[in-house]
Design a protein around this ligand. Structure first.
Ligand code: C5P
Length: 240
């Protein structure tokens, strides 16, 4: 897999027009895009057809969370659109994730099934208040990652700081999809536990999700090229 297939650009835009403008500007420099709720809903889903027509890979980041059957049927929609990757909330439970795997695999064997463990917006206090538990965020996240693997899902969204321990515990084939990546030249924005693209690759991230350092950049083409260059350095070092 080359570096372009590992860099997922987050299309966090309020309209399809704005997203399309960036995709057109980047042309062949980028192949993989993340579509979240804002863009999916505002474009009435049409952004998916557009990206498919352009032969781009899609990470459909809609974080499905419902009873097993309902989540599985939403997942079947994603699988029918041939998205490369989509996600559900691991807190939906093992039964839900198992049902998603079962139904999606009737349609295709290729879409990567990813789970979100604990949203990074949660603080320890909020976890206690919400779930009435004394377990800390790390313990909860690791337990949910384990359940994700046991359900037959392909991987999780996690911080680049956790990617190596996830790989150690759950195996090198269990995919790690990592936001919170920042080259040294980019603003951190509201991301707290950031890592550079090179270090993220060295730390075991399979896919890097990068938004604002590219989408808000005056020269997004250059930004993508610099990030890919750093990722390549990481891959070379890792394989040596
Ligand atoms: O602009 P930035 O590079 O911070 O964007 C990161 C993307 O990854 C955003 O779409 C954000 O919603 C998403 N994300 C995240 N942290 C998580 C899960 C998803 O930043 N824990």
């Amino acid at each position: 897999m080359n570096t372009k297939d590992k860099l997922i650009i987050a299309l966090d835009f309020p309209t399809a027009e704005k997203a399309v403008e960036l995709v057109e500007k980047l042309g062949d420099e980028a192949t993989f895009y993340k579509v979240g709720l804002e863009l999916f809903l505002n474009s009435k889903g049409k952004i998916i057809e557009y990206l498919n027509d352009k032969n781009k890979k899609i990470f459909l980041d809609l974080k499905f969370h419902d009873i097993p059957n309902t989540t599985a049927m939403a997942s079947v929609f994603a699988a029918k659109k041939d998205v490369f990757m989509f996600n559900v909330h691991a807190t939906g439970g093992k039964k839900m994730m198992t049902k998603v795997v079962e139904e999606v695999r009737k349609i295709n064997n290729s879409s990567l099934l990813i789970a979100v463990t604990i949203l990074t917006s949660f603080s320890e206090e909020e976890i206690k208040e919400t779930f009435k538990t004394e377990a800390n965020i790390q313990e909860l996240a690791m337990n949910l990652a384990k359940l994700t693997k046991e359900s037959g899902m392909d991987g999780i969204v996690c911080s680049p700081w956790e990617a190596s321990s996830i790989k150690k515990s759950l195996g090198k084939d269990f995919k790690t999809v990592c936001p919170g990546v920042r080259p040294l030249w980019a603003a951190t924005n509201d991301q707290k536990r950031i890592m550079t693209p090179k270090k993220a690759i060295l730390n075991g991230c399979d896919f890097l999700v990068v938004g604002r350092p590219i989408t808000k950049n005056e020269n997004p083409v250059k930004a993508v090229q610099l990030i890919l260059e750093e990722m390549k350095e990481g891959l070379i070092e890792k394989n040596n």
